[in-house]
Every structure is written in structure tokens, then in C-alpha cells.
Design a protein around this ligand. Sequence first.
Ligand SMILES: [Ca+2]
Ligand SMILES: [Ca+2]
Length: 195
Amino acid sequence: MKNVLVLLMVTIFNCYLEAQTCAESTAQIDLDINNVSARLLAGGDLWWDLSDGKYIAPKPLPGENPVSAIFAGAIWIGGTDNAGNLKLAAQSYRQTGSDFWPGPIINNPVTPFECIKWDRHFSVLGAEISAFIDDYNDNGTINDPIPNSILKWPASGNPKTFPVLGPLPIRDLAPFNDQNSNGIYEPTLGDHPIL
Ligand SMILES: [Ca+2]
Ligand SMILES: [Ca+2]
């Protein structure tokens, strides 16, 4: 796992009716490791920059032009409700709006601010997690400085996430290893993201 994995977490999916007052997601980031550079968006679509294909594999040598192997893709989720009605969120090219917005699923009406503050990606390196685990396992205590990618992981109850998010509620959010099984993400006690 060392030095080869990057997890880019996109928490998505407030339903359309709740989030339709929100501006469309604009966050983009490249999953850029090994021989692939793949653009990820936070609005349910993938591998493009809203204009051109951005799934570059293999990555070009210096002086070569990048060629995208894929133009675009998207997450599609469908299912039936209790009354048997088909519900489908199927992002295409945003030509008729968005079906997905960033952020955790919540029951209350979603405000535009709630959408904006989650319009971001969270990344962590596998090597960072491995080093963190080694630090914890050597004496049951975290002694080294905790990288921001682990310290601010958007997991249940984390008070140290990026300031714009504020303290997070205790609920199912980003996955993590919970050393003391209390349902609260506490990296200073050895909790860490799960890839
Ligand atoms: Ca230690
Ligand atoms: Ca815990």
C-alpha cells in the first residue's frame, strides 16, 4: 500500500428535490498516481473537466501531449421506492442540470451553504496511513505529528475537520478504523481513515 494509493473521497448525493436550490458542484481534482491521471468531480460525473476528456493513461512523457482514453463517465443510481416508483439519478453532461450534489445525506432541507461547504475532495495517501498505523502499533500511542489528511478526515464526530465544515455530527460519514469502537473519529487515539 505504501506510496501507491490515493483515496479521493467524494461524498455525494443529496436528493434532487432537497438540493435543487444549490448551485452546481464545481470541485475537481486529479487522481494522479502511477501511470494514470484521472479527473474526479464532486457532482457525480467523472473523467472530464466539463469540456474535455481527462482520463490520461498512460501519462505522457515530457514533451508529449496528453491523450484521454475516456471522454466522460458518471455515477448512475436507480431503484424503486416503497410504492414501486422508479427513481433514477443519472448524471450525463449537465446539459439539463445536475442529479448529484456533494455532502452527506440529510433529512432536513439542504441549504445552498450546506452544498457549498461540502463541494470539495478529501485525499489521503496509503503511505500516510501505513506510517500512522506503525506509529500507533509501536507503543499504543500516536507520537508523530498527524498529517492533515488524517487529522481532518471528514468522519463521525471529528471536531478538527476543515474550519468551513465545523465540528461534524456523530453519524455515518467517511469510513474509518475506530480503535475504541465508540463511533467517534479520534485520530489522536489511533483512529484512521480506511481505504
Ligand atoms: Ca508511537
Ligand atoms: Ca474512536
